[in-house]
Design a protein around this ligand. Structure first.
Ligand SMILES: [Zn+2]
Length: 252
């Protein structure tokens, strides 16, 4: 029987948790039972995902977006009481890994996005917190922005919001999953043809146009499903656990 503390120590090591200064705690956020046989994974520990974990009698819920973000109200009231109450009543552990799961070179969100898009990774960039999260690299051959948009739609199941900063074809690409639209200028400084992230802001449109690169907002949720699934598959094999990914639809 796998003990929770053994699982936590393993995750802390393989995800190199200590290397990151993050906006939320990485690791065990809510303590549940000590023995782990079944894990439910998902992108965000919303109420629907918590309910799915309870329904499936999970011992742990493993997510990319957990709780206790820097700057949020610390009081356990309202929505937060409901979510935590459901986890505690069912004795389910909540494990959350944010930036370490974006950045992991084999199991991370950015590596998983590159695999889906057949992007050959050449380097990393994009750091606010000391350790680079984003990646850059290239497609095997140059394609039109329209073709690249279709590739994103096909691989992520969601049409991207596209800003044409240039009419050149796309071969070199920088990407950073989630809400990394503020990395657009760093991406442009790399000299790439296109930048892909999850979210977009009003100003992103002008920055992309004025710096002259293609910008694709491919969905925060859509670009961040890969890491937790890859990590779950790894844990299933490594520890012989039952792991189930539950996708709570999110159009953003
Ligand atoms: Zn995210």
């Amino acid at each position: 029987m796998l003990q929770r503390d053994e699982l936590l120590a393993y995750l802390e090591e393989i995800l190199n948790v200590q290397a990151f200064a993050d906006y939320a705690p990485n690791g065990l956020q809510v303590e549940g039972r000590t023995d782990i046989k079944k894990i439910v994974t998902g992108v965000t520990a919303c109420q629907a995902l918590v309910d799915a974990a309870v329904e499936r009698k999970a011992d742990a819920l493993l997510v990319h977006h957990g709780y206790f973000w820097k700057g949020e109200d610390a009081c356990i009231v309202g929505m937060k009481k409901q979510r935590l109450g459901a986890l505690l009543a069912a004795d389910i552990n909540l494990l959350a890994y944010h930036l370490p799961l974006d950045a992991h070179p084999e199991l991370g969100n950015n590596t998983e996005l590159a695999k889906r898009l057949n992007l050959q990774q050449e380097g990393v960039f994009g750091s606010e917190t000391g350790t680079p999260i984003g990646q850059y690299g290239r497609l095997a051959q140059a394609i039109s922005a329209e073709a690249f948009g279709k590739l994103l739609t096909r691989k992520l199941g969601r049409e991207p919001l596209y800003i044409a900063g240039t009419d050149a074809d796309i071969q070199t690409v920088a990407w950073c999953t989630g809400a990394a639209q503020s990395y657009l200028e760093q991406a442009a400084a790399l000299g790439v043809d296109a930048f892909v992230t999850g979210e977009i802001s009003e100003q992103t449109v002008h920055v992309a146009r004025e710096l002259g690169l293609h910008f694709f907002s491919a969905g925060h949720h859509a670009t961040e499903r890969g890491g937790v699934q890859a990590l779950g598959a790894h844990l299933a094999t490594h520890f012989g656990l039952t792991v189930e990914f539950v996708d709570i639809h999110n159009p953003v």
